[in-house]
Design a protein around this ligand. Structure first.
Ligand code: ATP
Ligand code: MG
Length: 721
């Protein structure tokens, strides 16, 4: 492939970035949709084909597994050859690869297992119980959060000074117990993957210099969301003889709550000196209206590195803003708008529904099912996190390695086979006292148990042994098929009355398909089964295994990072939801919410629709809400507001009239609960309740700024908005 093919179609700044010499490090700083990811990919192609850099000399870090997969595919297309062995992946994926390759130096055994968030939660909960730490006073989630926060900073229990803080004291205690447990059982949680691989390099001079020499080019996408350990890891690998090439956008830093440090991209220019910064300014993704609105919104944040973005793609449609009465109406509107797009020839996967919190997806799902629109949910309960999938994988883990006690705990009595808690407790106790794993402990104590318990437990042991034996000469997908059947899982889920749609059974079948598609080459540091198991746990760290079929895409804004869709519906634009309630008193959290909104809006290519509901049922209660402040921050010239027609149904949304601008709802000016009113002194408010009618009506109004008040209609002089 020649140079002109690589640089074809790039603008000057992109061209310059792709073909930079490697004397200095580089930061490509640019707003959304300006081609950062594209530059990164083309730069790798440039290095390999024009500068004869071996693909093994390149380390490329992406933000999600999906992005890594796309990068591999794009590169192998650009380079016209397979590049399976190349080090492209997420920080977690690459750290894992490093630990598998050097497990001895990392003080691990070859069989070490990865704990996902759920596993971690269960273990912490059990350890707290065993150590009589009161869950009521020290909620497991908070403790788990505390531990992970420390790890994201690379901090060990011994490094923390609790002072007089009792919570932190207990946190440290659990942290210590948990660390010991993980060490003894060869377990690595997500945060530990990073810490451990960082320390592996830091404490092994030879290994470090090997990788420093090897990776001549280190490229990092979405740099604004690196946490402390990730930053240090890159810093460690960086020398005078290699080049660090980072791309990012400080306005899109949205993982502060998970330890990401927006300052990292600001520090980069000092810490990685000499460095050259290039700014890309043309946006290729969105229409002028979408871009203008997004730029105006993000201008409300302070401490930005600042950049200007323009597009020559024309203004396009205005941004629709839909006001719904309830979340159901919102879903109705969004789904019928999508149907309309589909009728006009759009394909489902061109449409995305984005939301702030996973719990919002339910209303959309119900409507999509009702109107028979195919859809897929990213994130939320990811495929590999679903309980039926984890059950199956735990059987696979046990078959591969009976020392895997996490897996043992999960499936020893699932599907139920008459092994009670008391029996499992005995197994645990024996294992702890004799420093052995649960499976071995079970084998040993079987003869000592009462007949019933003994039979049940030995039944389980035989099942695992028999399955391992039967599976010996099978390939991976056949192994999965076998265990799903013999373990009784498929039978169990086929009869599961709570699973009306049969989706659990289907998911288990999908797992066989996933095993078939699994490409072992890229994880050649371990055997095929272990590779597959690790993939499954790592996949749940960020994104889904997303079948790219013809589906409407549903996801949180967080998971939409880096992606783009022609039609985007950004929903739930309400105070206390987006921005979230927690962010209200904390300016830095509010800034992060605003960046999140910027990320959501800039996913849209052709058409963006924003929506909010006046009344929303969420987390078990129904609450009135004000439109998000972010709506106010977008100049009205970009917006086209649509109000819900009273009594409207999804069907008549499809009739064009509802899409007309500013339709007056019937009964406008009349009192009803939920309508927005304006008072000369108190400003905007929502009607919560009223008594009587006409001029003598008493109305209870929740004002945005002035709180809740009862007013008499004739004096209040309310304007119905
Ligand atoms: P984000 O900040 O959201 O991660 P980004 O800066 O990484 O965005 P890309 O995803 O690389 O942007 O590019 C956005 C879109 O613009 C893609 O569809 C890409 O193919 C297209 N694009 C980028 N550069 C050009 C160009 N020079 N000519 C035409 N299209 C381009
Ligand atoms: Mg990108």
């Amino acid at each position: 492939m020649n140079l002109s093919e690589i640089i074809e179609g790039l603008n000057d700044k992109q061209h310059q970035s792709v073909t930079l010499d490697d004397q200095k490090n580089a930061l490509i700083l640019a707003g959304a949709g300006s081609g950062k990811t594209r530059v990164l990919t083309h730069r790798i192609a440039y290095l390999v084909t024009q500068k004869n850099i071996h693909i093994d000399a390149i380390l490329a870090v992406t933000f999600t597994n999906k992005a890594a997969k796309e990068m591999r595919e794009r590169l192998s297309m650009l380079l016209r050859r397979p590049i399976m062995s190349m080090w492209v992946g997420t920080f977690h994926g690459l750290a894992h690869r490093l630990l598998r390759t050097h497990y001895v130096q990392a003080n691990l055994t070859q069989q070490f297992q990865i704990l996902d968030q759920q596993d971690q939660f269960r273990i912490i909960k059990r350890l707290m119980k065993e150590n009589n730490i009161d869950e009521a006073k020290f909620p497991v989630r908070k403790i788990q959060w505390f531990i992970n926060q420390q790890k994201d900073e690379g901090i060990h229990p011994a490094d923390i000074d609790a002072g007089y803080n009792y919570f932190i004291k207990q946190g440290i205690k659990v942290f210590e117990i948990y660390e010991d447990h993980c060490k003894a059982n060869d377990l690595i949680d997500f945060a530990e993957l990073l810490v451990r691989s960082y320390e592996l390099l830091k404490n092994n001079v030879e290994l470090l210099s090997h990788y420093q020499n090897r990776f001549k080019h280190i490229l990092v996408d979405e740099f604004q969301d690196t946490n402390t350990v990730q930053y240090q890891w890159i810093k460690l690998l960086s020398t005078n003889d290699n080049q660090v090439f980072c791309v990012g956008d400080d306005d899109q830093s949205i993982y502060g709550w998970r330890g990401a440090k927006i300052e990292n991209i600001q520090k980069l220019e000092i810490d990685f000196n000499p460095i050259q910064t290039i700014r890309l300014e043309q946006n290729y993704r969105s229409t002028g209206n979408i871009l203008g609105a997004s730029n105006a919104l993000i201008a409300n944040n302070s401490n930005r590195l600042g950049k200007s973005l323009w597009t020559d793609s024309g203004a396009g449609d205005p941004i629709d803003v839909f006001e719904a009465r309830t979340e159901t109406d919102e879903a109705d509107f969004v789904v019928s708008s999508i149907q309309k797009l589909l009728d006009e020839g759009a394909s489902p996967n061109e449409c995305a529904i984005l939301y702030r919190s996973n719990a919002q997806s339910r209303a959309f799902e119900e409507r999509l099912i009702k109107y028979n629109v195919p859809y897929i949910i990213y994130g939320g309960l990811r495929f590999f996190e679903r309980s039926e999938i984890k059950d199956a994988l735990c059987y696979l883990r046990l078959m591969e390695n009976t020392e895997d006690s996490v897996a043992f705990e999960r499936v020893v009595n699932f599907p139920t086979r008459g092994i009670g808690n008391a029996t499992v407790e005995k197994v645990r106790e024996f294992a702890t006292n004799n420093h052995t794993n649960l499976f071995q402990a079970a084998i040993t104590i079987v003869p000592t148990l009462p007949t019933r318990a003994s039979n049940a437990l030995s039944g389980f042991i035989q099942l695992i042994e028999q399955m391992s034996d039967d599976a010996k000469h099978l390939d991976l997908s056949e192994k999965v098929a076998l265990l799903i059947k013999e373990s009784g899982l498929i039978h169990h889920y086929s009869n599961d009355k709570t699973d009306k749609a049969g989706s659990k059974k289907e998911n288990l079948e999908e797992l066989i398909a996933a095993a078939k598609q699994y490409n072992h080459e890229q994880d050649s540091e371990m055997n095929e089964v272990m590779g597959f198991i690790s993939l499954a746990s790592l996949d749940s760290s960020g994104d889904t295994s997303a079948p790219e079929h013809q589906n409407v895409q549903l996801m949180t804004i967080h998971s939409a990072k880096g992606l783009e869709f022609p039609y985007v519906f950004l929903t739930g634009m309400e105070e206390d939801l987006f921005p979230s309630r927690q962010s209200k008193d904390e300016p830095h959290l509010m800034d992060e919410e605003r960046r999140l909104c910027y990320v959501g809006m800039t996913r849209a290519m052709k058409k963006l629709t924003l929506s909010f509901a006046i009344k929303r049922f969420l987390h078990g209660q129904s609450l009135y809400a004000y439109p998000s402040r972010f709506l106010d921050e977008i100049p009205s010239e970009y917006l086209n507001s649509i109000k819900q027609k009273f009594g409207a149904t999804a069907q008549n949304y499809k009739d064009d009239d509802i899409f007309n601008q500013d339709i007056e709802p019937e009964g406008q000016g009349q009192l009803s609960i939920g309508v927005t009113v304006k008072h000369a002194k108190f400003g905007f408010g929502t009607v919560l309740n009223f008594e009587g009618d006409g001029d003598s009506a008493r109305i209870q109004i929740k004002f945005k700024k002035a709180g809740t008040k009862w007013l008499i209609s004739s004096y209040a002089n309310l304007e119905f908005v």
